[in-house]
Ligand binder design. Structure first.
Ligand code: ADP
Length: 368
C-alpha cells in the first residue's frame, strides 16, 4: 500500500456551535509524514478540529489546505483523509474482510480489487487470519485492528484517530501505541491522533499540539514541549513541572530576579519586556529541583524556596515529595529512590528547594 504524503495546513480554522466557539482561529502546519497528537483536556476543541479535517463537521471560518488544495468544502470521501473512530463503528453483520472492503465497495471498486486491497490492509495490522470473523467473534483489541485496516484501505494521505486507545486495557494500550507508531513510520503518511493523555502524546508524537479552550497553547516536538513549556497551562497539563509565581524584583544583565512568597527565584529572559512589580511565572521540572532538609533560605542560590513537606509518595524508582512553599499548588520534587534513602525526609519537616538558573523557564502570561 502506498499513499502520497502531503503537508496539511490549518489557517485560522474556526468552529462555532451557536454561541460556543469550539475552535478559535487556529493556525497549524503539519508536515507530510508526521505523527501529530492533538493533546488537551476534555472540551478544548480537539475532536471538533479532527472532525473538520475529516469533513464530518463544516468549517465555520478559515481554511484547510492539503498539499496544493483547499479541502475545506470537499466531501469526506474525496479528501484523502480517513478516520478511525473511538468506538470502531464496525458493521456487526459483516465479516472483517467485508468491513474493511466496505468503503471501496461504496466507491464502486470491483470485487477482486477491493478484496485484494482489504487483504493487504488486514495483513498490515496482522489480522489476515481473522478475515472471515464477525466483530462479535473478536476481542476489543482485534476489533480495533479491523477498524484500523478499514481506515487504511482507502490509502489516505492522512489518518485521523479519535482517542484510538482509550477503550483498551493499559497493557494493550501500550502495545497498540507501539504498533500505531510503527505503522505510521512504515506507511510514511501523516497520523493525527486526538488524546487527553500527555503520556500517549509524548510517546507517539513528532508534533505535539497542546490545546486549551479552542486555542493552541503550544506546538512542537515532545521534547520541546516537555523541556520548554511556553505557558502555565502547558506546564501544568503535561505534568512533571511546577509553576512558580512571583513578581519582578529587579532585572540585571538579562536575568530577572523575582520575589516569591517564601524565597527568591530568577530566570534568564533577554527579550522579556518586564518591569519591577510585574507578575511573572516560571516552570521548573520536578526532577531538576534539589531538596534539602531544614530551612536554609539564607543560602546564596538565586533560586531558593522554603516550605514544609506536605506529602511523600513512593513510586518505585523515585519518590514524589510535595512541599508547601506558599505557591498556588505544592511544589513537586521527584527524588531518585537511592538519594531519598541516603537522606530520608518526613511529612511535616521543613525543606529548602533549589534549582539551577538555566532550569527555570519563563512562561508567557496566560493571556499572551
Ligand atoms: P474535545 O474533543 O477536546 O473534548 P470538542 O471538540 O468535542 O472537544 O468540544 C469543544 C467544545 O464544543 C465543547 O465546549 C463542546 O461542548 C462543544 N461541542 C462539541 N460538539 C458540539 C456540538 N455538536 N454542538 C454543540 N456544541 C458542541
Amino acid at each position: 500500500m502506498t499513499a502520497q504524503a502531503e503537508p496539511l495546513e490549518l489557517v485560522k480554522l474556526t468552529k462555532r456551535y451557536g454561541d460556543t466557539v469550539a475552535v478559535d482561529a487556529i493556525d497549524l502546519r503539519v508536515p507530510a509524514g508526521t505523527y501529530c497528537c492533538l493533546l488537551g483536556p476534555s472540551g478544548c476543541g480537539k475532536s471538533s478540529t479532527l472532525r473538520m479535517i475529516a469533513g464530518h463537521e463544516t468549517v465555520s471560518d478559515g481554511d484547510l489546505v492539503l498539499g496544493a488544495h483547499n479541502i475545506s468544502d470537499i466531501p469526506p470521501a474525496k479528501r484523502k483523509t480517513s478516520m478511525m473512530f473511538q468506538n470502531y463503528a464496525l458493521f456487526p453483520h459483516l465479516s472483517s474482510r467485508d468491513n474493511v472492503a466496505f468503503s471501496l465497495k461504496m466507491r464502486g471498486i470491483d470485487a477482486p480489487t477491493r478484496y485484494e486491497r482489504a487483504d493487504a490492509a488486514l495483513a498490515l495490522v496482522q489480522m489476515e487470519g481473522f478475515a472471515k470473523r464477525r466483530p462479535n467473534q473478536l476481542s476489543g483489541g482485534q476489533q480495533q485492528r479491523i477498524a484500523l485496516a478499514r481506515a487504511l484501505v482507502t490509502e489516505p494521505s492522512i489518518l485521523l484517530l479519535d482517542e484510538p486507545l482509550s477503550a483498551l486495557d493499559p497493557f494493550l494500550r501500550i502495545r497498540m501505541r507501539a504498533e500505531l507508531k510503527r505503522l505510521q513510520q512504515d506507511l510514511g503518511i501523516t497520523f493525527i491522533h486526538v488524546t487527553h493523555s500527555q503520556e500517549e502524546a509524548m510517546a507517539l508524537s513528532d508534533l505535539v499540539v497542546v490545546m486549551n479552550d479552542g486555542r493552541i497553547e503550544q506546538a512542537g516536538t515532545a521534547r520541546e514541549v516537555f523541556s520548554r513549556p511556553r505557558t502555565p497551562f502547558v506546564a501544568r497539563f503535561i505534568g512533571g513541572h511546577n509553576v512558580v509565581d512571583g513578581r519582578v524584583d529587579r532585572i540585571e544583565n538579562g536575568l530577572i530576579h523575582f520575589a516569591v512568597p517564601t524565597g527568591r527565584a530568577a530566570a534568564r529572559a533577554p527579550d522579556a519586556a518586564l518591569s519591577t512589580g510585574d507578575p511573572v511565572s516560571i516552570a521548573v521540572r520536578a526532577d531538576q529541583i534539589t531538596l534539602a532538609q531544614g530551612n536554609q533560605a539564607a543560602n546564596d542560590n538565586a533560586n531558593s524556596l522554603s516550605g514544609k513537606i506536605s506529602s511523600i509518595q513512593y513510586q518505585g524508582s523515585f519518590v514524589e515529595v510535595r512541599v508547601d512553599a506558599g505557591q498556588a499548588e505544592p511544589i513537586l520534587v521527584t527524588v531518585p529512590d537511592s538519594r531519598f534513602d541516603a537522606a530520608p525526609v518526613a511529612e511535616g519537616e521543613d525543606a529548602t528547594l533549589t534549582w539551577p538558573i538555566e532550569d527555570g523557564h519563563l512562561l508567557a502570561s496566560a493571556s499572551a
